[in-house]
Every structure is written in structure tokens, then in C-alpha cells.
Write a protein of this length. Structure first.
Length: 278
């Protein structure tokens, strides 16, 4: 199986990152976010310079040597962060020593299939230095939550309701406007569906939470259905009004979470059924 894997053309190796630490960290975050099965990671070390080979069930990625060790600086901090991210995902990591000539090939995107095979069969460093690289920076091996910032900050378009996909596509240009328009659009949808001229949270109270409400959130459990129904007025009250004012300024991560909350309301509204008693 290994023979078949490494007979494929070297052009299929995917190179990511640059010699800048930030680029390499973001490359690792992207791989962790998008690859379902990561089988192994190899830290490729040459003196105090480090790169990565990351092997998934479908691809082999090479992350260029934007990482360093042996001193206090961005390179060693990045190495500690990268190791913590991989360990967080329970990925097996080993370290191997490579020559300066091979490291140059890593950075010039010129590795051969034979080089990759060599990496995967080379004797790994024992005892491992991985946790020492982390401890040297953080003085602990516990995961540092700030490393989560290296995951891609973007909406998962495949989860977005088609009725607000256009707003999702324009989200990065003006998150506040996309969120506000999503709320307004949901009001219009619910107004038409229940034939009501109510608006704001009063509309959602009537449509989903009133006695014999026109719409019922789909659930096998009545209490769960009622609790789900409360999401509509509660999320509206908690998040809509502030977006009516242009002064809202939030981090991209917070704005994405809010848009996904609204998106969930769209999905729940689509699943809601008419109440025959309403």
C-alpha cells in the first residue's frame, strides 16, 4: 500500500505556508479545519529550523519551515502553537532530522516521492522533544486557548440556509448589515407564513410561543418543542436591535457566531409545521 502511495507524481504533494511563521500556522489551521482524517504529522527538523509533513487519508501536505526553536521569538512561539493545535486533534506527531539540502527542497517545493517515502521510514527522534518545544514557550504543556485564532475565520457556506446565502457571501464586507438584513428577512418570511402584521419579537412570540401558536417547532418531545420555540423571540431580543445601529463593532468570530444563530432560526423555521389548532 505504501509503495502504491508513493509511486504517484510528486506534483500531488501540496505545499503550504511560507518562511513566515503566521502563514505556516494559518496553513495548519486550514488543514485541521478541512481534512476529515489526518493520519500522522512529522516535524521535519534541521538544526533549529522546522517544517511539517502532514498526511491525511487523501493528501500529503508540506508546511514550509516557518518555525524555529532554541530562543524566545515568533518562530519558537509558532512551533509551540502548531504542536498544540495538532495535539489538540489527537494527531500522532513524530520528529525526524533532515539535512539542510532536504530542507531547501522543502522550501522550494521540489521534494520527490522518494523523499516523502524516506521521511515516513526514517527513524524518529527518541526521546521526543515535542513537549520541550511547548514548555520552553508556555512553561506548561496545557493547551493555550489563544491558539484557536489560527483556524480559518469564515462562514461554513455548506451549512447556510439558501434564503440567506447571498448575505453570507457578502458577510465579510459588512457583517453588521448582513446580520441585520437576515433578521428583517426572517420577519418577512414569518409574517407571510402566519398571515400577521405583527413585527419584531411580538411576531415570533405569536407565531411560535402563543397558546395554539400557528407554527410548532418540530420535535418528538413537547417540552423540547416549546423550548426551541423560545429561541425565536429570545435570539431576536438579544441580538437584532443592536444591529439596527451602525455603531456595532465586534470581532469577526463573534459576528460569525451571531450569523450562525440566525441561520439556525431559518433552519428551524423551515422545519416548523403548521398547527391545525392555530
Amino acid at each position: 500500500m505504501i509503495t502504491n502511495l508513493f509511486n504517484r507524481p510528486s506534483e500531488e504533494i501540496q505545499y503550504m505556508g511560507t518562511l513566515y511563521t503566521q502563514d505556516c500556522l494559518e496553513a495548519i489551521g486550514f488543514i485541521l479545519q478541512t481534512q476529515k482524517e489526518i493520519e500522522k504529522a512529522l516535524l521535519l527538523s534541521c538544526d533549529q529550523k522546522h517544517a511539517f509533513l502532514i498526511k491525511s487519508n487523501r493528501n500529503i501536505y508540506i508546511i514550509r519551515s516557518g518555525f524555529t526553536s532554541g530562543y524566545q521569538g515568533e518562530g519558537p512561539k509558532g512551533l509551540a502553537s502548531s504542536l498544540q493545535l495538532l495535539l489538540k486533534h489527537n494527531i500522532e506527531i513524530d520528529e525526524i532530522i533532515i539535512s539542510e539540502k532536504i530542507m531547501t527542497k522543502v522550501n522550494h517545493s521540489s521534494l520527490s516521492d522518494a523523499n516523502i517515502k524516506m521521511f515516513l521510514t526514517t527513524k524518529v527522534v527518541r526521546p521526543t522533544n515535542l513537549y520541550e518545544y511547548i514548555y520552553a514557550i508556555y512553561k506548561t504543556t496545557e493547551y493555550q486557548i489563544k491558539n484557536d485564532r489560527y483556524y480559518p475565520t469564515q462562514l461554513p457556506f455548506h451549512l447556510i440556509d439558501e434564503r440567506i446565502l447571498d448575505l453570507a457571501l457578502k458577510f465579510n464586507d459588512d457583517p453588521n448589515r448582513s446580520i441585520f438584513n437576515a433578521f428583517i428577512r426572517l420577519e418577512n418570511i414569518v409574517q407571510k407564513r402566519v398571515n400577521s402584521d405583527k413585527h419584531s419579537s411580538a411576531l415570533f412570540e405569536y407565531a411560535f410561543c402563543s397558546e395554539n401558536s400557528p407554527l410548532i417547532c418540530k420535535s418528538e418531545d413537547k417540552k423540547a418543542s416549546q423550548a426551541t420555540a423560545r429561541l425565536f423571540p429570545n435570539i431576536y431580543k438579544a441580538f437584532r436591535n443592536e444591529h439596527a445601529h451602525n455603531e456595532v463593532s465586534k470581532s469577526p468570530q463573534t459576528s460569525i457566531r451571531e450569523f450562525l444563530l440566525i441561520n439556525e432560526l431559518y433552519l428551524l423555521e423551515r422545519e416548523a409545521i403548521k398547527n391545525d389548532l392555530g
